[in-house]
Write a protein that binds this ligand. Structure first.
Ligand SMILES: C[S@@+](CC[C@H](N)C(=O)[O-])C[C@H]1O[C@@H](n2cnc3c(N)ncnc32)[C@H](O)[C@@H]1O
Length: 446
């Protein structure tokens, strides 16, 4: 290692990257996984580099050879808990970070085998608090959703219908389109069964998609939702709409940790759906294993989620945005090939993978523009905290989905979004490596 004097002690404010990487051998990993990272007898510090693309390929300053295993460490969390890290200058483009502390495994987010790029270990699901940090699910948003629900219910009175809740109960893009698309595609398969069709909706939020399946397509639906508040809102909406739990119910919990027999207490499901929830879950192997366990043989599924364009990498800046503002672990997304492979490993065969990126970008920019255009009225009605938080979230997502085909004069069409995202014409040259996808598939007959 190049021994320069120790520089800055890392503080939450001085941290431009919250993830750091440590390289090690496969033999050491077993011990590190149980005991944590500690300096060896002949070094004063544990060495890391800040996350960057070279480091992820195993090129790490100070190491002659690519390490066999890369350990990702959440430095922000460790610093928040009082562990000390120093940044020190070194030659080249990487920034070295060192620590004299022992770094317990609770700060590791994942371990990757460098040669195959396979995750060999992932941290257990992040806590409810981590997801709650996401402004889309903040207390201000919950308060807004509750008040708005009551306003809608009061205004509609006896005529209240499930679709009246659409402005508050769908937390994904393009409304009910994906559900219709799904149903139409598999209609011959699903139509005959009606109420006998049991559907599972994973990460159901306030229940919009689950309610749509139960009321429009007459399925018997179970939603799974992690956050208490959204589970309560889901149930409240059902009450207001007098939808019985025998038709639509929601179970609260982390889908990965729930007992499959509880989830399947009514029998296995002919359908599972999930919209913009899987992106929060890093342990895809357990997730897909669970999905496969819950789905009957020949059952069908639809997933809407993020993906990474094949052969590309998500930029460090986008990873940071994804991790910080969208609660995407490590800011990573799978490519189409990885989605197919990981689902396929659990007997879930992809019938079609639809790239939604261009349509989502337009939706996201229009949503953000409409929000800021009415910010004044929204502030007066719902308060500055709600507007600041949701505005921040919408802006981050607009930055992530920046590319638009045939956008015309962006500044004229989206003056607010351009201002909030600090958009410039030069941004058009930035590749859109993050994308959106709609995946249709079925469980292979055993
Ligand atoms: C963007 S929202 C989408 C909600 C709903 N699918 C919709 O489209 O309206 C994602 C939801 O997934 C939930 N979620 C994330 N991880 C989960 C997990 N492991 N188990 C259950 N729910 C989860 C979050 O709490 C959040 O409410």
């Amino acid at each position: 290692f190049f021994f320069a004097p120790l520089a800055m002690v890392m503080t939450p404010d001085s941290m431009d990257s919250k993830t750091i990487l440590h390289g090690t051998t496969a033999a050491n990993w077993d011990l590190i996984q149980s005991k944590g990272l500690q300096k060896s007898a002949d070094t004063d510090f544990v060495h890391f580099v800040k996350l960057n693309q070279a480091a992820e390929r195993g090129i790490i300053v100070g190491l002659q050879q690519s390490p066999e295993v890369l350990i990702y460490v959440d430095m922000a969390k460790a610093v928040g808990d009082g562990l000390v890290f120093n940044e020190r200058p070194c030659a080249g483009e990487q920034t070295e970070v060192v620590s004299a502390s022992v770094i317990p495994p609770v700060y590791f987010t994942k371990a990757v085998e460098t040669a195959t790029k396979k995750q060999i270990w992932t941290a257990p699901m992040q806590s409810q608090e981590k997801i709650k940090e996401m402004k889309l699910y903040s207390n201000a948003r919950v308060k807004y959703t509750l008040h708005k629900t009551m306003d809608i219910a009061f205004e509609k009175g006896e005529d209240l219908k499930p679709e009246d809740m659409l402005p508050v109960d769908h937390l994904h893009y393009l409304g009910t389109e994906c559900m219709d698309d799904f149903f139409n595609r598999y209609a011959p398969h699903l139509k005959e069964q009606g109420r006998a069709t049991r559907a599972l909706d994973i990460g159901s939020g306030a229940g919009g998609p689950a309610r749509y399946m139960a009321t429009k397509y007459q399925f018997t639906v179970t939603g799974i939702e992690y956050l208490d508040e959204f589970t309560k809102i889901f149930r409240l909406m059902n009450r207001l709409l007098t939808i019985p739990t025998s038709i639509l119910r929601v179970l609260q919990g982390d889908f990965l940790k729930m007992d499959a027999t509880d989830v399947c207490s009514t029998g296995k499901y002919q359908v599972f759906t999930s919209q913009l929830a899987m992106l929060h879950i890093s342990d895809k192997a357990t997730l897909f294993q669970r999905c496969a366990e819950c789905l009957a043989d020949d059952g069908v599924f639809m997933i809407e989620d993020y993906h990474k364009r094949s052969g590309t990498e998500i930029s460090a800046e986008d990873k940071e945005l994804l991790a910080r503002d969208v609660a995407v672990p490590e800011g990573e997304a799978m490519t189409e090939e990885q989605w197919r492979e990981e689902l396929g490993a659990h007997g879930l065969v992809v019938d079609e993978f639809v790239d939604m990126t261009d349509r989502w970008s337009l939706f996201i920019w229009e949503r953000c523009e409409a929000f800021f255009a009415s910010a004044e009225a929204l502030t007066a009605e719902w308060g500055p905290e709600y507007v600041a938080e949701l505005g921040h979230f919408y802006t981050s997502v607009a930055r992530l989905y920046h590319h638009m085909d045939n956008a015309g004069d962006r500044r004229q069409k989206f003056p607010w979004v351009c201002r909030m995202t600090k958009w410039s014409a030069a941004d058009e040259a930035k590749p859109q490596n993050l994308g959106g996808c709609r995946i249709f598939g079925r469980k292979k007959l055993q």
